[in-house]
Design a protein around this ligand. Structure first.
Ligand SMILES: [Zn+2]
Length: 60
């Protein structure tokens, strides 16, 4: 049950960091920490933003 479900991201943005816009090859996965219609979803993120995003104090 670890499948990533990308949200509706334009094809040309799927390798662009959702947070800073830099090219990336990772995904930041949301789980039950936020209310979504999906059990889990993911947005593309670079390593730097991925680290930031995983901090409890991170806010979008
Ligand atoms: Zn980034």
């Amino acid at each position: 049950m670890s499948a990533i479900t990308p949200i509706d991201i334009p094809f040309d943005k799927r390798h662009t960091c959702w947070f800073c816009g830099e090219p990336c090859d990772r995904y930041f996965e949301y789980h039950s920490q936020v209310h979504t219609p999906h059990p889990s979803l993911a947005v593309p993120a670079c390593g730097e933003c991925l680290t930031l995003a995983k901090q409890p104090t991170f806010r979008t």
